[in-house]
Design a protein around this ligand. Structure first.
Ligand SMILES: Nc1ncnc2c1ncn2[C@@H]1O[C@H](COP(=O)(O)OP(=O)(O)OP(=O)(O)O)[C@@H](O)[C@H]1O
Length: 861
């Protein structure tokens, strides 16, 4: 729900000086009436969303106020922009504009085509029509011969003007050309207030159809949906006070119709802002053609923007106040706009298919029963069906009512004819001074002696033969009184709406909306004044003329001819009504048939869906029973799908388990590799140790060799040696003894593998080195023995070293081989894993393909 957007536009003043100094002042978003002293007149402050001052341009008004509605229309929402205000306040200036300053209509047309050219995703079809409501008749401004068009309503189109020409357009220039041609045919006229005054309400309508480009070619795709929206750009004729416009004759009649239709518009707005639409109250759209055509824009499925134009002149204060009051009420009216989408049969079918598929998917995915959703769908369709039937019934009732109304009219006409026939017959032979037999309608208008007081008071020419019916007279009296209160000036049109509230109270005291009949009395205030001033309202004139003709015919012999003429006219009217009645009947019959057809269609859809539901339930039952009996032997398509899907799922599970195992094995192997690497490291460390030991041994061998050489040398010089070694130099001998002891000890350690000391060895009976040092030959033999021992020891150590080396090399080789094997093994596993991954993705792909295949093979529901 959204409110109607209302903006005020104050045009530049037409007169610079005011007599009493009253003036309107715009402050932010409110407008107030100020006295000459500058104080705000109470009850004369009005607030709005936007108020445009005298310096505002049409483009500002379009951008800030109308553009959003135009853009919504392109997006699929109905939209209406109209200008409302008294005559000469600048409505046409705002809507139509000029060459130098284009108005809302031109700006909107340009915007729409700009949008269409920029929009890449949708394609558009634009149709335009242009009509005017002149003297309550609809004329086609594109087809001058198409006049008095009728308004119709049906379920499909809503309210529409039958026979209105629509032009398909594809460029701004084309639309502007058509607009210009149409405007040339519109009724304009000169009044005291406006040299170029609109004498009709004009409605330029653009029907915007669009659909997605992606849907092109794909028959039945969802994108097939077509959006259809209407944009009405309305330039209303202005309310006018005959006293000011100085209208007479044709202008007077036009003014009466203009005021009357604007009054109806005011009534509709009043009802709507009182919340009538929500409470289901009757909204009098049918009271005028204008409100009927704008029905959607007023409280319906549309976005609406109103620009209320006003003149700031002191002379026009009443009119401006009326406009502001209208605007205040209009901004409280809410509309309910929504995108208008039409689905082709194919798109509808496609959508339904999709819904069924979704239901099936739900069934498979969540195990929910499709019947629930189908049940809902069937219920929804049943509701639609019921709604359609209700619509049909409503139409039937309306049809009956209209039939009744037409019958009444026909009866009335017949009665008139009978009356006239009687009069013809009686006039042929009777005395004309006898009172006439009149029909009941005439009787209500029957002469009572004219209260000439009134006329005398007013100083106007009395019309002796005419007397208004009581109601009319009552209003006239009221008007006269009001006038006298109002210093002889007629109240403004807008204020009349307010002032006359009392007169719109019904006998039971409740307030009611004024009816067109009420309005006839009030809106014709000026007509009344003019009438009494010598101008005659055309209808009343006709009425009076009829009676004057009859009375004069009594004195002249031509009465028969006149009455016969009237009889013929009435007969013609009767025929016309009969034809209208027949047409209406036919139309309603057609509407009825359409409704019945639609209802049948819905019924068929319901049946189809019921069948579908039954089939699905059957399939479901079959599937369940087959799954229970032999899940491994699927026979129906549904079982096959389930079975294969399950199988594939099992396969995937197995693969996943296998993959997990591989990963575990991989981890174990890695652990092993790490263990071996540790082993290799410790082997390397021990190898290193052995090498160090070997180096130590080599050094010892070198040491022994040196000692051996020195021993040999001492052997060849015994005295010196004896002296040096045993007796001459104790220090040296003790040193050698110490070295020898060490050597012996070492040698012994190596031989025995224990750490026994020399003293321990001598105790055990071994020959110590010191004991032999005094006898040279034995010492030589000992030394030779020792050399021999050392040599053997060296050989043994070399052997051990070699063995150790060989063992180390073998260990290194085996570790290397082990490493190589493990690396290979690792590589193999990685390869196997990659293969497994490929296999898994191939299986997944297979599953997807299989599912797609199953989808394709699924029977079309
Ligand atoms: N805002 C404005 N700025 C300048 N001139 C304006 C403005 N509004 C109206 N006018 C001028 O006032 C005159 C009357 O305006 P316009 O015909 O638009 O009034 P209107 O409300 O359509 O009257 P009507 O109801 O009689 O058709 C025109 O000459 C127009 O150029």
């Amino acid at each position: 729900m959204e409110k109607i957007c209302v903006a005020i536009r104050v045009r530049p003043p037409t007169k610079q000086n005011s007599v009493r100094g009253y003036h309107w002042k715009v402050l932010d978003n409110s407008i107030s009436l100020l006295s000459g002293a500058g104080t705000v007149i109470s009850g004369h402050t009005f607030a709005f969303d936007t108020i445009f001052g005298a310096d505002a341009k049409n483009i500002n008004i379009y951008e800030e106020h109308a553009k959003a509605v135009v853009q919504s229309a392109v997006a699929g929402f109905n939209g209406t922009v109209f200008a409302y205000g008294q005559t000469s306040s600048g409505k046409t200036y705002t809507m139509r504009g000029s060459e130098s300053e284009p108005g809302i209509t031109r700006l909107a047309v340009s915007e729409i085509f700009r949008h269409i050219q920029q929009g890449m995703d949708r394609e558009y079809l634009i149709r335009v029509s242009y009509m005017e409501i002149y003297n309550e008749e609809i004329n086609d401004l594109f087809a001058p011969d198409s006049r008095k068009l009728q308004i119709h309503e049906n379920l499909e189109k809503g309210v529409f003007v039958a026979g209105l020409r629509e032009e398909i357009v594809d460029s701004v220039e084309q639309v502007l050309g058509l607009l210009e041609a149409g405007e040339a045919k519109r009724h304009f006229g000169e009044t005291n207030m406006n040299l170029h005054s609109s004498r009709s309400h004009s409605i330029f309508r653009m029907v915007i159809e669009s659909r997605s480009k992606s849907g092109k070619g794909e028959k039945g795709s969802d994108a097939d949906a077509v959006r259809v929206s209407e944009l009405n750009l309305v330039d209303l004729a202005g309310s006018e006070r005959i006293a000011k416009t100085g209208a007479g004759g044709v202008r007077l009649k036009e003014g009466g119709h203009i005021n009357k239709s604007l009054m109806c518009l005011g009534n509709v707005i009043n009802k709507l802002c009182e919340g009538g639409a929500k409470q289901g109250a009757h909204i009098p759209y049918r009271d005028s053609k204008l409100t009927r055509i704008l029905q959607t824009a007023l409280g319906g499925n549309a976005r609406t923007a109103i620009i209320c134009t006003m003149t700031p002149d002191e002379e026009q204060i009443d009119e401006s106040r009326g406009t502001l009051q209208f605007a205040s009420r209009a901004k409280r009216v809410t509309n309910c706009a929504q995108v208008n989408e039409i689905l082709t049969d194919a798109a509808l079918l496609k959508r339904q298919k999709k819904e069924i598929e979704e239901l099936l998917q739900k069934l498979q995915g969540q195990g929910s029963k499709p019947s629930d959703d189908l049940e809902k769908e069937i219920k929804r369709l049943r509701n639609d069906l019921l709604k359609t039937e209700l619509e049909r019934e409503k139409l039937e009732v309306e049809l009956q009512e209209e039939k009744k109304a037409l019958n009444d009219k026909l009866k009335e006409q017949e009665r008139k004819i009978v009356n006239l026939s009687t009069m013809v017959i009686s006039s042929a032979g009777d005395d004309f001074n006898q009172p006439h037999q009149k029909g009941s309608r005439r009787e209500t208008w029957c002469p009572r002696p004219v209260t000439s007081d009134l006329e005398t008071q007013r100083g106007r020419r009395a019309t002796p033969e005419f007397e208004a019916p009581p109601s009319f007279l009552g209003s006239s009296v009221n008007l006269s009184l009001r006038r006298s209160n109002n210093l002889g000036l007629p109240p403004a049109f807008g204020s009349l709406i307010e002032d006359d509230k009392d007169s719109w109270r019904s006998s039971d005291g409740f307030e009611r909306s004024p009816t067109p009949a009420d309005f006839e009395n009030i809106a014709d205030e000026d007509t009344w004044a003019t009438l009494n001033g010598g101008h005659l309202n055309v209808d009343l004139f006709n009425d009076r003329t009829d009676r004057r003709a009859m009375s004069s015919a009594a004195s002249e012999n031509s009465k028969n001819i006149l009455l016969e003429h009237q009889l013929r006219e009435l007969q013609a009217q009767f025929d016309e009504l009969q034809t209208a009645f027949n047409n209406k009947d036919l139309e309603h019959q057609q509407q009825l048939e359409t409704s019945i057809e639609e209802a049948c269609k819905y019924k068929e859809q319901v049946d189809l869906l019921s069948q579908e539901k039954a089939k699905l339930e059957e399939a479901l039952a079959k599937t369940e029973s087959q799954t229970q009996s032999s899940p491994s032997q699927p026979s129906s398509p549904v079982v096959t799908e389930d079975y294969y899907v399950k199988k594939l799922e099992e396969l995937v599970n197995e693969m996943e388990i296998e993959q997990k195992k591989c990963k575990q094995e991989n981890a174990r192997l890695l652990e092993e590799v790490h263990g071996l690497q540790d082993q290799l490291l410790s082997a390397n460390t021990s190898l290193e140790k052995e090498r160090r030991l070997q180096t130590e041994l080599e050094q010892e061998i070198i040491l022994l060799r040196e000692r051996l050489i020195s021993s040999n040398e001492r052997l060849h010089s015994p005295n010196e040696d004896m002296h040096e070694c045993g007796f001459a130099d104790n220090g040296c001998s003790s040193s050698i003894a110490t070295d020898d002891q060490k050597f012996e000890s070492k040698n012994h350690d190596l031989q025995q593998g224990n750490g026994a000391t020399t003293s321990e060895k001598s105790e055990a009976g071994e020959v110590p080195f010191e004991a032999t040092e005094k006898s040279s030959p034995s010492r030589i033999s000992i030394l030779e023995q020792q050399l021999d021992i050392v040599q053997r020891e060296k050989d043994r150590i070399s052997d051990i070293w070699m063995e150790q080396m060989n063992a180390n090399e073998a260990a290194t080789r085996s570790i290397e081989a082990e490493k190589m094997w493990l690396a290979n093994e690792l590589q193999n596993y990685i390869g196997a894993l990659a293969i497994q991954d490929e296999v898994v993705s191939a299986i997944c792909k297979g599953i997807r393909e299989f599912e797609a295949d199953v989808e394709n093979r699924r029977p079309v529901c």
